[in-house]
Design a protein around this ligand. Structure first.
Ligand SMILES: [Zn+2]
Length: 162
């Protein structure tokens, strides 16, 4: 399941596919866990994702209004304005959809790795002191981007992959 979500996050249009984007996402994950804890970080990611969904809904409404306005016979200036509104709403809506999918897929992928392998505690984790995000990003041996975390309940350490 985790593997499937990781593959989905890789091919999703909103996923950050570039190395630097993944690196930035890993830094953001590590920073978020350090500052707020995993559960708050996850909650914030879901809120960010759904904020993009709200933007998408508004773009759809704007697109429908612009299309309806374009069908009525009016001046050329009005039709050009409607056309511009269609282009802007379509572009912004596609961007919002891409961000929404990317944020949610990444958050779900990471949340599926938040169970402690030893004691099965969910989300009770903190950054492992041995691995800083900067050093993990520069490690060429690691095949994937990862953040080392430690269970607050039992102290077990494991990697979370982006
Ligand atoms: Zn544990």
């Amino acid at each position: 399941m985790v593997r499937c979500l990781r593959v989905c996050a890789t091919i999703a249009p909103g996923s950050d596919v570039g190395f630097f984007a993944k690196d930035a996402a890993m830094m953001q994950l590590a920073d978020g866990i350090r500052r707020h804890g995993f559960k708050k970080w996850y909650e914030r990611e879901l809120l960010r994702g759904h904020a993009h969904l709200v933007v998408l809904i508004f773009c759809c409404l704007g697109l429908m209004m612009a299309l309806e306005g374009a069908t009525r016979f009016r001046s050329t200036a009005d039709q050009l304005f409607d056309l511009m509104a269609v282009v802007v709403c379509t572009g912004a809506g596609l961007w919002a959809l891409r961000r929404y999918m990317g944020l949610l897929l990444r958050a779900e992928s990471i949340a599926n790795q938040a169970d402690c392998p030893r004691c099965k505690a969910y989300g009770r984790l903190e950054l492992a002191a041995s691995t800083s995000p900067a050093s993990a990003a520069q490690t060429s041996e690691a095949p994937d981007q990862q953040v080392a975390v430690r269970c607050r309940a039992c102290g077990h350490e494991w990697p979370i992959y982006l």
